[in-house]
Design a binder for this molecule. Structure first.
Ligand code: TIU
Length: 224
C-alpha cells in the first residue's frame, strides 16, 4: 500500500498508488494530427495537440512509479459489423465511419489514422482497449482488467473532454472507481466544452470525480 494525496478540486484526494491506473483515452492520429479525420471535419487540431506533452510527462511519471497504464482507441471492425447503423449513418457520406479518409478508412481498426500518436505510444505489455463506443467500459473488457489488478482509482486523460473522457468518467464513477481528471491532459475541439466539462465533473462536491492537472499529479507520484 502506497498512499499519497493528490491536490485536486473540489478537494484533495488520498489514493493508494498500488490501486491506481492511468487511462489514456483515444489519443489517435485521426483525432489529433494535421491532415487527419478531425481536421477534415473543419476542427482546429492544435487544440487537441496541446494535451500531448502534459500526457507524455504524466505517463513518464506513472510508468516510473509502476502504475498500471491503459490506452484506448475508438474504432470499428473493417466490415463495420460492430458499428451501429445510427452511428454509421451520421454526417456527410464521404466523412462517415468506414469511408476513405486522409489516413485510411475513418475509425477503422488497423488503419494508420486509428493508431495512437507516436509521443504516447503504448509500451509492450500495456493494455490497449479497442472500444466501439464513446465510453471505455461499454462493450470492452476494461472493467475485468481493472478488477483483476485490484484498481480503485482512475486517472483519466485524453480526448475529447466532453465526449469520450466524460463518458468514461461517468461509466467509471457508476462502477465505483474514484476518477481523477488532469485537465491539461484532456482537450476538446471546443474550448468552452472543455472548460464546462471539467466544471461538471467537480461540481456538487465532485459529482463525477476530481479535477487536477499533470503538475500536481506528478508531484503526488513522487511524494511518498
Ligand atoms: N474520442 C472521442 O472523444 N471521440 C469523438 O468522436 N469525439 C468528438 O469530440 N467528436
Amino acid at each position: 500500500m502506497t498512499v499519497t494525496i493528490i491536490d485536486a478540486e473540489p478537494t484533495g484526494i488520498s489514493v493508494d498508488l498500488d490501486r491506481t491506473a492511468v487511462i489514456i483515452i483515444d489519443m489517435q492520429r485521426d483525432f489529433l494530427e494535421p491532415g487527419g479525420f478531425g481536421e477534415s471535419l473543419g476542427n482546429d487540431v492544435s487544440l487537441l495537440m496541446a494535451a500531448v506533452e502534459p500526457c507524455r510527462l504524466l505517463l513518464r511519471g506513472a510508468r516510473a512509479r509502476g502504475l498500471l497504464v491503459i490506452h484506448t482507441r475508438e474504432g470499428h471492425r473493417p466490415d463495420l459489423s460492430d458499428a451501429p447503423r445510427a452511428k454509421v449513418e451520421r454526417g456527410a457520406p464521404n466523412l462517415r465511419i468506414g469511408a476513405p479518409g486522409p489516413m485510411g478508412r475513418i475509425l477503422i481498426r488497423g488503419e494508420a489514422g486509428h493508431d495512437i500518436v507516436p509521443a504516447l505510444y503504448p509500451l509492450p505489455g500495456e493494455p490497449v482497449i479497442d472500444k466501439p463506443g464513446k465510453g471505455a467500459f461499454y462493450a470492452t473488457d476494461l472493467h475485468a482488467i481493472l478488477h483483476n489488478h485490484a484498481i480503485e482509482n482512475l486517472i483519466v486523460c485524453g480526448v475529447t473532454t466532453e465526449v469520450c473522457v466524460h463518458t468514461t468518467v461517468r461509466e467509471g464513477n457508476d462502477r465505483g472507481y474514484r476518477c481523477i481528471v488532469p485537465g491539461d491532459c484532456c482537450a476538446s475541439y471546443f474550448p468552452e466544452f472543455h472548460e464546462t466539462g471539467l466544471r461538471m465533473i467537480k461540481a456538487q462536491g465532485g459529482i463525477f470525480g476530481w479535477v487536477s492537472d499533470s503538475t500536481r499529479i506528478i508531484a503526488a507520484l513522487g511524494q511518498q
